[in-house]
Design a binder for this molecule. Structure first.
Ligand SMILES: NC(=O)c1ccc[n+]([C@@H]2O[C@H](COP(=O)([O-])OP(=O)(O)OC[C@H]3O[C@@H](n4cnc5c(N)ncnc54)[C@H](O)[C@@H]3O)[C@@H](O)[C@H]2O)c1
Length: 297
C-alpha cells in the first residue's frame, strides 16, 4: 500500500490535508541513497518501500539475493523508482565492504543505513517432537552464535563500514531496527501451548532480547560518538506484526497491548521516513517506540 494511503493516516485521497508551510519538504528523501539490510524480508521490504515513496534510491542488502531481486522488481513495478538488490551477508566484513563499494559504484553516494537484518526465530511454530523449543537451558551455542552474528555483529559491521563512510562524508542517518523486546522481557506465557510438558514449551529465545537490547546500546554509543560528524543514529522499536499467527497466540499477545491489536505490516513506514529525513534533524540516540502501548502497560 502506498505511503499516502497507510492504514489510519489521513491524506489527500482520503480527505486529509496535504503538508503545507514550513513542514512541506522536510520528509522528502529525493536523491538520497539508502541501504536496507534484510531488505528481502517482511519488514525490510516495507522500510524500503517507504524510503522509495519518499524519493530515495534504495539498495536491498540481503543474504537471499534471489528474494531481494524479486522484492526490488516488485517495488519498482509501476512507479518511477530505483531499487537495487545486492546479495550481502552482514556477518562477513568482506561482504559488507563489497556492499559499500557496489552501492558507491552504482549511485556515487550513501545517505541512509537501515540495520534491519536479524534472525527472528519462532519456536512456537515448531512441533514439540522436533525438540526445538528455544528454551534457555538447552539453547544451542551454535544458535546463540548465529543469532548474535546476524542481529548484532552484522549491525556492528554495517555501522563500522558504511557508518564510517557516512561520518567521513560528514552527513548521514543510521536507523537500527530494535523491538519492544529490547525494552521489556518477553512474557513467555503467550508462547505456551496446552498439553506440553514444561521442557517442551516453546519460548522466545534469549538471543532476541540480547540482540535487541544490544542494538539500543549500539544506537546510544554511536549517537554520541558521531554526533559531531553529522551522523544521526536512532532506533525504531516496533511491536509484533500480525501475519496470520495462531489465534490463541494472537489473543494472548493482544491482551498485553493497550490498543488491543498487533501492528499492521505497513504501520512503521511513516516512522522510517520521519527518522531518516530532515523532519528528525534534532533527534539522535533516541528510541521511537511504536508498539500499541505494550511497553507502557
Ligand atoms: N516481524 C515482527 O513482528 C517484528 C517486530 C519487531 C521487530 N522486528 C524486527 O524487524 C526486523 C525485520 O523482521 P522481519 O519480521 O521482517 O524478519 P524476516 O525474517 O522477514 O526478514 C529478515 C531478513 O534478514 C535476512 N537475513 C538473514 N540473515 C542475513 C545475513 N546474514 N545477512 C543479510 N541478510 C540476512 C533474511 O534473508 C530476511 O530476508 C528484524 O530485526 C526483527 O527483529 C520484527
Amino acid at each position: 500500500m502506498c505511503l499516502a494511503g497507510l492504514t489510519g493516516y489521513p491524506c489527500e485521497e482520503t480527505g486529509g490535508a496535504a503538508i503545507k508551510g514550513q513542514l512541506a519538504g522536510i520528509f522528502d528523501l529525493t536523491g538520497k541513497v539508502a541501504i536496507v539490510t534484510g531488505g528481502a524480508g517482511l519488514l525490510g521490504a516495507e522500510h524500503a518501500e517507504a524510503l522509495v515513496e519518499a524519493g530515495a534510491f534504495c539498495v536491498l542488502a540481503d543474504i537471499d539475493g534471489t528474494r531481494a531481486r524479486a522484492v526490488a522488481d516488485r517495488l519498482v513495478a509501476g512507479q518511477d523508482a530505483e531499487v537495487a538488490a545486492i546479495e550481502t551477508d552482514v556477518t562477513r566484513a568482506e561482504s559488507v565492504s563489497m556492499l559499500l563499494q557496489e552501492t558507491l559504484r552504482r549511485y556515487g553516494r550513501i545517505d541512509i543505513l537501515v540495520n534491519n537484518a536479524a534472525n527472528n526465530p519462532h519456536y512456537e511454530k515448531v512441533s514439540a517432537d522436533q525438540k526445538l523449543t528455544g528454551r534457555f537451558e538447552s539453547y544451542p551455542l551454535s544458535a546463540w552464535n548465529d543469532d548474535v552474528a546476524v542481529g548484532l555483529t552484522g549491525s556492528f559491521l554495517c555501522c563500522q563500514i558504511v557508518g564510517t563512510y557516512l561520518a567521513n562524508q560528514g552527513e548521514g542517518v543510521i536507523l537500527n531496527i530494535a523491538s519492544d523486546l529490547g525494552v521489556i522481557g518477553p512474557d513467555q506465557r503467550i508462547y505456551r501451548k496446552s498439553g506440553l510438558r514444561l521442557e517442551q514449551q516453546p519460548t522466545k529465545p534469549v538471543t532476541y532480547s540480547v540482540v535487541k537490547s544490544g542494538l539500543i546500546g549500539l544506537t546510544r554509543y554511536l549517537a554520541t560518538y558521531w554526533a559531531d560528524r553529522g551522523v544521526r543514529v536512532n532506533a525504531l522499536v516496533p511491536g509484533g506484526v500480525y501475519t496470520d499467527q495462531d489465534p490463541e497466540f494472537v489473543v494472548k499477545l493482544t491482551n498485553l497491548i493497550p490498543l488491543g491489536r498487533m501492528a499492521a505490516v505497513d504501520e512503521y513506514k511513516a516512522a522510517v521516513v520521519f527518522l531518516c529525513s530532515t523532519a528528525a534533524a534534532y533527534m539522535t540516540g533516541a528510541m521511537l517506540v511504536i508498539d500499541g502501548g505494550r511497553t507502557c502497560w
